[in-house]
Design a protein around this ligand. Structure first.
Ligand SMILES: Nc1nc2c(ncn2[C@@H]2O[C@H](COP(=O)(O)OP(=O)(O)OP(=O)(O)O)[C@@H](O)[C@H]2O)c(=O)[nH]1
Length: 439
């Protein structure tokens, strides 16, 4: 990494001191010169990352200084800032044409301060991340691996796209840099196409294409294919460095945001105590269960499960133990329902289970089985029983989640009335839960 150093060229001691303070605060080591020629001499001896000069030097004008500075070896990519008293468009144009990076007013130091802070942050920020790099020229491979490792990145380098594709399938990369024309049976274009076909977790990785051709229509084709950026050969080290920096940082920011979004989403969907879905999540996902049942004319059952005498359990063992019981029960329920089912905590000690493909009879047999297993399970070492109400979707009545719940809840209430620890089915014909007890 190049040293973070700067040269201030200005005849005014006051301005030199101000500029030195700003640059030092941003982390630059600062040298100074009073005239343009002195400045050029310094620049000839030391390669500065940033040069800040007045447009009104005692010996040469600022634009001429910029031109001569750019001609010195190693100054192609240095930041050259011209400070002016008279902020006008002509000075700006002249300075930019002569090779200045930007022009700042001496009357507003904050702009210069922001610029140097940003530059220092970019220059000193060590990246971390993994790069998949495919290049068949050994010389170029060495140069680019050196650049990327210097930036703090881990590089997996390949000569053939086939091998790179194998590595990509098993790796978690933050960037892919691939030559488009590669030796071997798979081209860089095929590799890009394969990556972009993947699921978004991997398929969104940024891709920089490199190639010796510099044809605009081919570049546009590559963008259509899904390439994010293009660097022509011969590759300019500094250009690639800046592009890599931008792609890696924005992709990592994007991933961080997505992870935050997912965790917020699961926080909003999960019940904290039992780690089951909450009522909100049930409402969110039930639509899919219902619409599939209607669309494919399939059965959909709902079971409302309520713990018996939980108030007495709380009173006997304490609320904390009651909480532990609910947490263990949540975990147990998750493991004891089928993958296709959805279980949610509806309220305190009441749970709702959606059972796609089950009619009343099948659902009640499943619930009866669950009841028996649960009696043996003893969450938090407390023997419990449950009362369960079961109902199925009535296709002719266009039931909703609410109406399905109402029926299953009424059946559950009947189970309580019948002495608890039993399953009751709601029967649509009579609009009343029948006294069918499954024990
Ligand atoms: N520990 C604990 N208790 C809870 C929680 N949520 C609700 N409860 C308790 O669950 C009990 C529910 O009591 P009731 O509605 O009378 O029901 P029950 O005692 O189970 O009686 P039945 O349902 O008729 O068998 C109340 O004492 C609530 O305080 C919770 O998150 N943790």
């Amino acid at each position: 990494m190049q040293k973070l150093n700067a040269l201030v060229v200005d005849a005014s001691t006051e301005f030199r001191n101000k500029a030195r303070a700003l640059l030092s605060a941003a982390g630059f080591e600062v040298d100074h010169a009073e005239t343009g020629n002195q400045g050029l001499e310094h620049a000839g001896r030391t390669r500065y990352r940033l040069v800040c000069c007045s447009d009104d030097l005692p010996d040469i004008v600022g634009s001429e200084f910029c031109g001569q500075l750019r001609a010195i070896n190693g100054y192609d990519y240095a930041a050259v800032l011209v400070m002016t008293e008279t902020d006008n468009a002509r000075t700006l144009k002249q300075a930019l044409l002569a090779g200045a990076t930007d022009i700042f007013s001496k009357h507003d130091e904050s702009e210069l301060g922001i610029y140097v802070q940003r530059l220092a942050q970019r220059e000193t920020r060590q990246l971390s991340g993994r790069v998949l790099f495919i290049e068949d020229s050994r010389v170029l491979q060495t140069i680019i691996i050196d650049l990327l490792t210097d930036m703090g990145l881990d590089v997996d380098s390949y000569t053939f796209a086939e091998k790179a594709w194998d590595a990509f399938s098993g790796g978690d990369y933050d960037l892919v840099i691939t030559d488009i024309m590669l030796e071997g049976s798979m081209s860089g274009i095929t590799l890009v196409r394969k990556i972009r076909r993947l699921h978004e977790d991997y398929g969104n990785v940024p891709i920089i294409a490199t190639s010796g051709f510099d044809n605009v229509s081919r570049k546009i084709e590559l963008f259509h294919l899904g390439v994010n950026d293009f660097v022509s050969k011969p590759i300019v080290r500094e250009e690639l460095r800046q592009r890599v920096f931008n792609h890696i940082t924005s992709y990592q920011n994007f991933r961080e945001l997505r992870a935050q979004q997912n965790s917020l989403c699961s926080l909003a969907m999960l019940d904290e105590l039992t780690q089951l879905f909450n009522r909100h999540a049930l409402r969110e996902f039930a639509g899919k269960y219902l619409s599939e049942a209607y669309r494919f004319k399939r059965d959909l059952a709902m079971a409302v499960i309520d713990l018996d005498h939980f108030r007495a359990i709380n009173e006997q063992y304490g609320f904390v133990r009651g909480d532990n019981l609910l947490a263990e029960l949540g975990n147990w329920l998750k493991r004891h329902v089928r993958d296709v089912d959805m279980i949610a905590r509806w309220s305190g000690e009441e749970f709702v289970l959606l059972l796609p493909g089950c009619d009343n009879h099948t659902a009640s047999i499943l619930m009866q089985r669950m009841q028996k297993r649960l009696t043996r399970f003893k969450p938090a070492s407390i023997g419990i029983t449950i009362s369960v109400g079961v109902a199925t979707l009535r296709h002719d009545k266009q039931d909703t989640l609410n109406s399905l719940f109402e029926m299953a809840d009424r059946a559950m209430y009947q189970a309580k009335m019948a002495g608890r620890n039993c399953v009751r089915i709601y029967h649509a014909e009579s609009e009343k839960p029948v006294s069918e007890i499954l024990e």
